[in-house]
Design a binder for this molecule. Structure first.
Ligand SMILES: O=C(O)CCCC[C@@H]1SC[C@@H]2NC(=O)N[C@@H]21
Length: 182
């Protein structure tokens, strides 16, 4: 891994931390907040690709686990990570990795549709599958109830997909950071 890669990984970990400055809006049913922070894994995977994008979120998670108050609302520590939102928090790394894999796969023919579908698949379908399963266990509710409880996130997450898609395509045009040819 080159120095440049390490810088990009650190940069996207920092960006994810900065997104945590937006205050969370906690929803009543499950206690999982609406947060701007889930945009971080979308951007990391879509702009850096699977390996570096995933690692940037792993770095962010290590810092949170060490107790840095980098989650929205100034939260941090391993205790928070194994709370009700733990599936979403750990799922962010998987989400960034999956998005990166798909973006790399479509790289040579990337367009607004396959980029948005890739980001939505990793950032919503995969992330919610992990996050809702965790919520169901932690909050002792059914998977269906957890899924219904997550429905209000879809509006904000659709906006995040649009932002990450625009950013991914703009960076690809002007300063591509993925050189994969699939
Ligand atoms: O800060 C935390 O404890 C993690 C919050 C996880 C929130 C999830 S991420 C996907 C979905 N979209 C949101 O805006 N909130 C949830």
């Amino acid at each position: 891994m080159k120095t440049k890669d390490i810088v990009y990984i650190a940069l996207f970990a920092a960006l994810t931390a900065v997104l945590g400055l937006f205050p969370p809006i906690t929803l009543p049913i499950t206690g999982v907040p609406v947060t701007a922070q889930s945009l971080g894994p979308m951007l990391a995977g879509a702009i850096l690709g699977a390996r570096r994008g995933g690692l940037s979120i792993v770095l962010f998670l290590v810092l949170v686990a060490l107790g840095l108050p980098l989650l929205s609302g100034g939260r941090g520590g391993f205790g928070v990570m194994v709370g009700v939102t733990g599936g979403f928090i750990f799922g962010w790394a998987i989400s960034a990795f999956v998005i990166g894999l798909l973006i790399e796969k479509f790289w040579n023919r990337l367009n607004v549709v396959n980029a948005a579908v890739s980001i939505a698949f990793g950032g919503i379908v995969v992330l919610y599958a992990i996050g809702n399963a965790w919520v169901a266990v932690a909050a002792d509710i059914s998977y269906w109830q957890a899924t219904v409880g997550a429905a209000p996130f879809l509006i904000g997450d659709a906006i995040k997909v649009a932002i990450a898609t625009a950013a991914c395509l703009a960076v690809r045009r002007s300063y591509p950071l993925i050189s994969k040819s699939a």
